[in-house]
Design a protein around this ligand. Structure first.
Ligand code: COA
Length: 294
């Protein structure tokens, strides 16, 4: 078994094994009675997004992207990024029939070589106990996280002012907020995030913040210098949710009570799911990380 740098022509196999591994971990770690999507092939929109994201990381972080290759077949993938002095793990998956045999350990070791020179580290973990074990043994602190998901109670939506549509011209503002909160900008990731998602910005005399938002009104990432501004941004994201759409607010550690309070007021049920794993840093707040761009 060979651990080697990932190439463009590995993307399809890496995407396929990621989908298969994700389906199993979601089904096995979901609390009893919690509905989930039916098993099936990946949707074209999921596959397209995964492919474009993998290309983005191969372009910007080629030394952070690794695959496990068994006799010419890709059986595992780890995609990691480095922004300023922050290292993050964006994807970490082993094909289900190959799990538990040490491949993940070898892949994570390779991805961690890309963290050399970084001061801090961040990973969003599923609830898979094998993933949690690997991350803790690599020196990360595990912060349990909450997922809020459901349909927004539109009667609860408050009138929010001071939030506007963002544009590429807001990139310096976003980078400045991120540096204050987590010591690192998202940098090149704004190109990707801005091309895939809507951007909301709030910039006032008392502070500033931004959020990328998907078509369902779910925040993809949200960062602000005050909790009040973060709440304004989150309400504005939820207000974009089309009638009846399923929204989700993910990866909320206990440091994000401002977001838990908004989720509850919007009628979204909470459940525990996974961990925010941090090395040499506290949970940034008020902040909702992106699973892929952290
Ligand atoms: C997480 C994952 C990438 C790890 O890869 P892997 O090849 O299975 O991992 P390894 O075999 O190298 O290591 C697994 C570790 O978990 C331990 N383990 C196995 N089953 C376990 C269980 N049920 N509970 C706790 N630990 C367990 C193993 O003993 C091993 O630890 P050790 O080497 O210190 O003894 C892989 O299991 C996977 O794809 N899981 C599903 C997707 C996922 O959740 N990915 C993480 C995304 S954040």
């Amino acid at each position: 078994m060979l651990i080697r740098p990932m190439r463009d022509d590995d993307i399809a196999a890496a995407r396929g094994l990621t989908h298969d591994a994700l389906e199993i971990v979601r089904a096995t770690t979901r609390p009893p009675g919690t509905p989930g999507p039916p098993p099936g092939p990946p949707s074209p929109s999921w596959s397209g997004l995964w492919t474009r994201r993998a290309k983005h990381f191969l372009q910007h972080d080629p030394d952070g992207c690794w695959v496990a290759d068994r006799d010419g077949e890709v059986v595992g993938v780890a995609l990691s990024l480095r922004r300023d002095k922050l290292w993050g793990l964006s994807s970490f998956f082993v094909r289900p029939d190959q799990q538990g045999a040490g491949i993940g350990t070898a892949l994570l070791d390779a991805a961690l070589t890309y963290s050399q020179g970084c001061l801090r580290g961040i990973i969003i973990s599923t609830g898979d106990p094998r993933a949690a074990r690997r991350y803790r043994l690599a020196g990360f602190t595990l912060h349990p996280t909450i997922r809020a998901s459901g349909t927004v109670d539109r009667r609860a939506l408050p009138v929010v002012d001071g939030v506007r549509e963002g544009s590429p011209g807001d990139r310096d503002l976003c980078d400045s907020v991120d540096r204050q909160l987590r010591g690192a900008a998202h940098g090149a990731d704004h190109e990707f995030l801005g091309s895939e998602f809507g951007l909301l910005v709030c910039d006032t005399l008392t502070g500033s913040g931004y959020s990328y938002v998907d078509d369902a009104g779910s925040p993809v990432v949200l960062a602000a210098t005050t909790r009040k501004i973060a709440q304004r941004l989150l309400w504005s994201a939820l207000a974009r949710s089309p009638e009846g759409a399923q929204v989700h607010i993910d990866f909320l550690s206990a440091a994000q009570e401002w977001a838990v309070d908004v989720a509850l007021a919007a009628g979204l049920p909470l459940r525990p799911e996974g961990y925010l794993c941090l090395r040499h840093m506290r949970p940034p707040a008020p902040y909702i990380p992106s699973g892929a761009f952290l």
